[in-house]
Design a protein. Sequence first.
Length: 201
Amino acid sequence: MPRVIYIVATFCLLTFAPGAQADDFEDALNAYRAGDFAAARAKFLTLSKDGDTRAMHNLAHMYRKGQSVKVDLDRAFKYFEYAAKQGFNLSQFQIARMYRRGQAVKANPEKALYWMRKAANSKYARAQMTLGIWYDQGVGGPRDPVQAMMWHVIASSYAKGKMKKDIVERLAKLKEDLSHSQVAKAYRGSKKFLVNKRIFD
């Protein structure tokens, strides 16, 4: 998965497609950065029709934030969902949050957990940390402190800066409630992920 940076939540900014499509995506980003949201939206829409998941994700983000259009969570969900089904992890993360919060769809903790696990399978520390928190809270199923710790350990391998510090602090608290055997199990699971780069399909 490509490295990404963010403008308000998870707006995909880096170009990683070859040729003309990359140039078109960069043009759309330049319009967005300049505050010309109408032009950016039009360009992202054209790219999304060609199957560009980055453009779909950014278009969804603009509908969610009401940039050049009225806030439209239904359309935002539609674009996030399409990109998510194509494997775009930022959109998988957003779909999970929308199912968790009941935005544009009926709240569904089980589907929220499903999509967050999909997003966490990539090197996306934010999704991995969130998944760990959800397991600790029992979102979408029984509370599972071992899974919670495992995903925090995984996230700590990819996170940087303040996020990494927050994860380390949460790990210390999680360890206090676990036995030695549970801690060992969590670390075995994290090692399996870091070696195989995947746990869940």
